[in-house]
Design a protein around this ligand. Sequence first.
Ligand code: ATP
Length: 296
Amino acid sequence: MLFEVEELTKKYRQHTAVESISFGIEPGSCVALLGRNGAGKTTTLQMIAGLLEQTSGKVSFMGKPYIDKKHIGFLPQYPQFFSWMTAEQYLHFVGSLSEVKKNVLKEKIAEVLSFTGLEQARKRKISGFSGGMKQRLGLAQALIHNPTLLLLDEPVSALDPEGRREVLQLLFQLKEKMTILFSTHVLHDAEQVCDSVVMLREGSLVWSGSLEQLKSENEELTFFIEADSSLEPVIQEAKDIVSVHYYEKGKVDVTFVNVKASQQFIQKCVELSVTILQFQRKRDTLEDMYLKVMES
Ligand code: ATP
């Protein structure tokens, strides 16, 4: 594991923001931290980033029982900039704070500006940047010191579709180079880029693991079936059906207990002379599975 949290807890007086959560992240993975507003995502990320002290629990990072900030890049939910600075000046300032060596800082600034598509805007004042440009600059500052672990708090939520696409494309490229943990409530975006998820509900961990595992544990065996006549007689006689969703005559979604039940359904159609026009497996989205786990 690149890092692990063990029974991590944050209490504010009477209120417990994060309660005894434990999970680990493999090197090279891209993990989405999911949960409703107030679930504890920001608090968790801030504790991992070493910006907020936990009330109890442990964080181990690269085999050591503490967090070495020089290996972590952090993009806060609401990044603050000195808007009178240019992008280049700001990155110079942040790079110096992160102790990037003077002889490589200039090169590093050029590299992150190019990566985030801000080369042309490098001499422009941040006050004139769009939301998407500011988010990309936020990403550039998080990358300036070559972190091993990138922590991003809601990197796409506040952006318009174009800005979201730009940032997601950058994440696609970054996940080849470093480990990423990002919080979001835009599940469609999370599904495109992450390979594992951590789900929080009211400060507690509900589920963590790979997307594959989430699918195998929660994905239902649902088929969209279209026939040349009503499927009702088949549905009445078929066995091991979990649920049926009717669209119009001859069109239904049927959820089966297992694959065998779906094959028996086809056989029943043949027996009752109902011709199948379509028999298509429906894939659950991350949102479907998230709702199932959260509501269980
Ligand atoms: P969002 O998606 O809205 O950003 P979140 O999942 O990031 O939510 P947190 O910001 O981590 O949630 O907050 C978790 C809980 O802790 C919330 O109930 C919040 O009100 C509470 N909380 C956060 N910071 C403080 C604080 N400084 N003092 C008291 N309570 C706090």
